[in-house]
Ligand binder design. Sequence first.
Ligand SMILES: [Zn+2]
Length: 147
Amino acid sequence: MVLRREIFRCSNCGLENGVISFGFEFGGYGYMTGRNESGTKFCILELIGNATYEEFCKLYEEECGDGDIIRMQRMFAIACDPIDGCRVSFTAKPRVCSGCGSDEFEPVLRSEPADDIEYFEVSYTTWNSLDIEAKRLLIKEAYNKTV
Ligand SMILES: [Zn+2]
């Protein structure tokens, strides 16, 4: 997998902003990407054959059962160990210009390698050390906090 920075030009002030994108060999199916909350580190996780994810989905359905896959996937962050001391998030950050704060962009047909951005594999050490009731409780709490 290659991280690239796609360039967008702000329609308001003309500043070029880089947006990190993930290049996937197989189109990204079965993968989920996230970042830490400070937005400096990225992570990738494989969903297919991921025992922690499967268990999480099963418990989510039993506890919450709303069939909302997007919400479930975002909430899966609670099962992930922090990256670099920062919590993992699967919620997309709104894209705004770093110069003027505008959210209107023109695409620029250019991208560059983002070698300076690190990404990590996600681990679930803390989650896996919990018993099933503690996991259920965490899911319920997180569910009540998300909108
Ligand atoms: Zn701007």
